[in-house]
Design a protein around this ligand. Structure first.
Ligand code: NAD
Length: 327
């Protein structure tokens, strides 16, 4: 699989983030030379991102370029790169409404266009990029297939639709070999601190009430980070260029049912505090992954209860770092 060759490197944008740091570790373990790019955007504290890359920084075969894809020169960092995993973005649904939208336009739309433009004409093996289940919004039919209409219910989701459209344009006009990944709620160690499980687990280990948005009956397809990493690497190896793939964990559950699982793991009841539902959150996310199964050999191997147990142990270990960074 020519994702990289002996004298070439794999580029991972957003390498200091949750998914990017896991992907870099997996690529290094497979023997690739990995060049990571991140600007340490202030969406969440730098201390957490530094912790994400601490092990990577001392791993042979890894180098980190701290640069902003929207404004810094890219030629040097792209030199000799054969495969790009483009994960850098401004994530999160709620802050994408209102004045925060500028950051989404810049880091999701402009950064992607600039990177694709800089890569046009390069001899690339693959350009795998992060899209999101947010492109679906609320659907009439579940599980959602990739050919369902896109109906985002947040500005964040809209920027992911544009990301996909930009990738398609550069595939059709400049032959950049793009493959899009529609990730469904990723969880596991180092999950972003704004995400539901990270917030639930941090509160659970410090015996505080869990903040649940809305009634808690919204359904989410949670996907364990190792399964996401495997699908992402498989997409570079054998994904159809120009296509998009759903990547879901295969076990959609209501948020309150996920909390019940957590109670079982902890062996004690948890208090829940309901807050106002988020207008940008769909009622349901549920992925039809048959395209990824067929083309990528995708098979999620981590049941929710197992992944949640690993995530819980990681939060218990990191708890002082996490609360210190968020204080
Ligand atoms: P993250 O915030 O942890 O990582 C993203 C990284 O990108 C950050 O470290 C940030 O500093 C960096 N970045 C942002 N703008 C940049 C720029 N202009 N130049 C260089 N670096 C920049 O997010 P994550 O949860 O790891 O998500 C990774 C990708 O997957 C994102 O594209 C996100 O939209 C997508 N995604 C994530 C999920 C999920 O559940 N985590 C679900 C669907 C899609």
């Amino acid at each position: 699989m020519p994702v990289s060759s002996p004298r070439s490197a794999v580029l991972v944008t957003g390498c200091a983030g949750f998914l990017g740091s896991h992907l870099c570790e997996a690529l290094l373990a497979r023997g690739h030379v990995v060049r990571g790019v991140d600007c340490f955007a202030d969406y969440y504290p730098r201390a957490l991102k530094e912790a994400n890359v601490a092990k990577l920084r001392s791993t042979a075969g890894f180098e980190l370029a701290e640069l902003d894809l929207t404004r810094d020169p890219l030629e040097e960092v792209l030199d000799g790169v054969r495969t790009v995993f483009h994960l850098a973005a401004q994530p999160g649904v709620r802050p994408s409404f209102g004045s925060g939208f500028d950051a989404y336009l810049r880091d999701n739309v402009h950064a992607t266009e600039r990177l694709l433009g800089a890569l046009a004409g390069h001899s690339l093996w693959a350009f795998v990029y992060a899209s999101s289940s947010s492109v679906y919004g609320d659907q009439d039919v579940y599980p959602a297939r990739e050919d369902a209409p896109v109906r985002p219910v947040s500005p964040y989701g809209a920027t992911k639709v544009i990301t996909e459209q930009l990738a398609g344009a550069f595939w059709r006009s400049r032959e950049v070999p793009v493959v899009g990944m529609r990730y469904f709620t990723i969880y596991g160690p180092r999950q972003r601190p704004d995400m539901a499980f990270a917030r639930f687990l941090e509160r659970a280990v410090s015996s505080r009430p869990l903040p649940v948005l809305g009634d808690g009956h919204q359904v989410r397809e949670f996907t364990y980070v190792d399964d996401v990493v495997a699908a992402t690497i498989a997409a570079a190896e054998r994904g159809e260029r120009g296509a998009v793939y759903n990547v879901g964990g295969g076990e959609p559950v209501a948020v309150l049912d996920a909390i019940a699982m957590l109670e079982e793991l902890l062996g004690r009841p948890l208090k829940v505090e309901h807050a106002q539902a988020n207008p940008g959150d769909p009622r349901r996310t549920e992925a039809d992954v048959s395209r990824a199964v067929r083309d990528l050999g995708y098979r999620p191997t981590t049941p929710l209860v197992k992944g949640l147990a690993v995530h819980l142990r990681a939060v218990e270990r990191q708890h002082p770092v996490l609360t210190g960074a968020l204080a």
